[in-house]
Design a protein around this ligand. Structure first.
Ligand code: NI
Ligand code: MN
Length: 226
């Protein structure tokens, strides 16, 4: 699977020949807006964890240009369809078999209002199980005991988790989360974008290493095989 980082919690994963884009937020991100041209991003599907502006900021623009199918909570799908996006797949907590693999929308302990104040339904994360491999993106959440269910569904190749604290898990929470979901490799997101979530990168990597796990803090614009 190829992973590309666009800053904050926005990333793409190529799997089963499809391009999946997660939580598009670039033009409003002071760290990403000069590094990433949103008009160059390709997507077959756009997956949205919840309705906050730092996860849907560029959703409508990218969905319109690419014609990608938006996958999100039922309430978020209603919101995108009201803005002229026709290709959308509503979910709530549960699994569905897409052409790229089995996607399970999983609970997150967070909130989910859309930028105009509309109700965004439940906030969540995604567990994707495919012939090429399996990964879990928790979305914005604190550490929850529900994460212990993840390895019952799927043996993970890696997990993607917020590590910035304040609004979500911090590094030490994410170390515990990695143990619960049984991920030896974690890609950290939701860090450094705003003052509240600036982290020390070396300390964060050491904390994971001390727990026998690997933390990757990707550079904006970086792509790698995972
Ligand atoms: Ni949020
Ligand atoms: Mn967020």
């Amino acid at each position: 699977m190829k992973f590309t980082y666009y800053g904050h919690s926005c990333f793409a994963i190529e799997v089963s020949g499809k391009k999946l884009l997660f939580d598009p937020f670039i033009t409003g991100n002071p760290l990403a807006k000069d590094k990433i041209d949103i008009n160059t991003i390709e997507a077959d599907y756009i997956l949205v964890s919840h309705g906050h502006g730092d996860h849907v900021g560029d959703l409508i623009a990218i969905a319109k240009r690419t014609g990608a199918t938006v996958i999100a909570a039922y309430e978020i799908v209603n919101w995108v369809q009201a803005q002229g996006i026709e290709k959308a797949h509503p979910m709530n907590f549960g699994p569905f078999n897409f052409e790229f693999g089995e996607l399970r929308f999983t609970p997150a302990a967070h909130s989910s209002a859309l930028p105009d104040g509309s109700y965004g339904g439940n906030p969540g994360g995604f567990l994707l199980s495919t012939a090429e491999g399996n990964f879990y993106y928790s979305g914005d959440t604190c550490l929850t005991m529900d994460m212990q269910l993840i390895p019952r569904y799927s043996a993970l190749d890696f997990a993607i988790m917020p590590v910035g604290g304040n609004f979500t898990m911090n590094v030490s929470d994410a170390v515990m989360a990695a143990e619960m979901v049984q991920a030896s490799k974690v890609i950290g997101v939701h860090f450094d974008t705003f003052g509240y979530i600036v982290i020390d990168h070396e300390n964060a990597k050491h904390a994971f290493k001390a727990a026998g796990r690997e933390l990757i803090l990707p550079e904006i614009g970086q792509s790698f095989e995972v």
